[in-house]
Design a protein around this ligand. Structure first.
Ligand code: PLP
Length: 383
């Protein structure tokens, strides 16, 4: 920055001022607001409830950080990564060499698939669960053992333990689980991880960690601190509302971090995302706000489902899995015609639907459409 200029003068004379011009339609009170997408390739979207995003993000602090970071956009990323790694490490009480960043936690899952899946590498997951690891493993010739969820749609840890043979190179546990929203109590999962990580690596996906308020829930990061064969992943895509900026991270022993890092795409983590993540990570008010809005929306959704007679799995996340009692695919198409997006199919639960918690406006659109659908089903059943 030229010495005689204030930071503000400098920003105005550079790319940020130009960016300000293009951002102006969204500017209110000097801050960028209301960026939730309203149009997809298929037409107008009134309620985007398919991908478990946080419709309130990015936070105002993150938005400001993004605008300021535009000046760094002409440089390759890298120096900023260290800042974020250090901040995360400090908060979680580990050294920075225990932290691995990725372009979303999807990249961390892909790195794990590439490290442990090639040439028929055997991995083990619950079923259904988040499919990022399985999809990536398949591309490198990995084989995935699927252990069905139990009758409460939660992980069957006894069966997962039993099926973890010496040949299994990695066990994936999604806690809370996507698509069911269930959690495994910390004591139970800790005992499982301690036992199974003697045989193989245990990967615990905590993408929805910040949403969980149940006292029996807890992170497995203490096992990383103790030096076990455990990887814990988190993301800025959910409570931080930064899904489009692609920042995820993981904790593991330094030797595991180094092994995974070999498979990271060069320069994969972008500058704007890292700057937004740095700002958002410290923004506890925004996280509390998002948690509260989500809990309110989820309660309202429970009431709706109860009134209309649908069973649901009590959720610890920003989505709810409910028994539609009707094949999902036609329902999804019907919803889509009304501009309402719900999640894809999760076999074997082909008559269940996963719906994310959106803004009150989005949830009202969904409620209206579900009410109409339910009345139509009832009328058809009477004929
Ligand atoms: N893990 C879980 C459980 C998820 O639900 C998702 C996305 O929905 C991801 C990981 C990937 O998220 P991202 O790559 O945006 O961090």
């Amino acid at each position: 920055m030229p010495l005689a200029m204030t930071r503000r003068q400098w920003l105005l004379s550079t790319g940020t001022a130009a960016a300000g011009l293009t951002l102006r339609p969204f500017l209110r009170d000097g801050v960028v607001k209301g960026s939730s997408p309203t149009v997809s390739g298929d037409g107008v979207v009134r309620a985007k409830l398919d991908n478990n995003e946080n419709p309130y993000g990015p936070s105002e602090r993150a938005r400001r950080a993004i605008v300021e970071a535009l000046n760094e956009g002409c440089r390759y990323p890298g120096p900023q990564w260290k800042e974020l790694e250090e901040m995360i490490a400090k908060k979680e009480g580990v050294s920075p060499d225990h932290v691995l960043l990725g372009s979303g936690s999807s990249e961390i899952l892909r790195m794990a698939a590439m490290a442990y899946g090639p040439q028929g590498g055997e991995l083990l997951t619950a079923y259904p669960t988040y499919e990022g690891l399985e999809n990536a493993a398949r591309t490198v010739g990995g084989y995935v053992h699927r252990v069905p969820l139990d009758k409460n749609m939660a992980h069957d840890l006894d069966e997962m333990d039993r099926r973890t043979t010496q040949a299994v190179r990695l066990v994936f546990v999604c806690n809370p689980n996507n698509p069911t929203g269930t959690i495994i109590p910390a004591d139970r999962l800790r005992a499982f991880c301690r036992e199974v990580s003697r045989r193989t690596v245990v990967f615990v996906d905590e993408a929805y960690y910040e949403y969980v308020e149940a006292p029996e829930y807890g992170s497995m990061i203490d096992l990383v601190r103790e030096g076990h064969n455990v990887i814990v992943s988190r993301t800025f895509s959910k409570i931080h509302g930064l899904a489009g900026l692609r920042i995820g991270y993981a904790f593991a022993r330094p030797d595991i971090v180094a092994r995974l890092r070999q498979f990271r795409t060069t320069y994969s983590i972008n500058v704007l995302g890292v700057r937004a993540a740095l700002a958002s990570y410290q923004d506890v008010e925004f996280q509390a706000f998002s948690r509260r809005k989500n809990a309110e929306g989820r309660e309202a959704l429970y009431r709706l489902l109860e009134t209309l007679g649908y069973r649901y799995v009590p959720s610890h996340t920003n989505f709810v899995f409910f028994h539609l009692k009707h094949e999902l695919q036609p329902f999804r198409e019907l919803m889509q015609k009304q501009g309402i997006l719900v999640a894809r199919l999760f076999p074997p639960y082909t008559d269940w639907c996963r719906v994310s918690i959106g803004t009150p406006e989005e949830m009202r659109a969904f409620a209206e459409a579900l009410r109409d659908f339910t009345l139509q089903q009832k009328a058809a059943a009477r004929k």
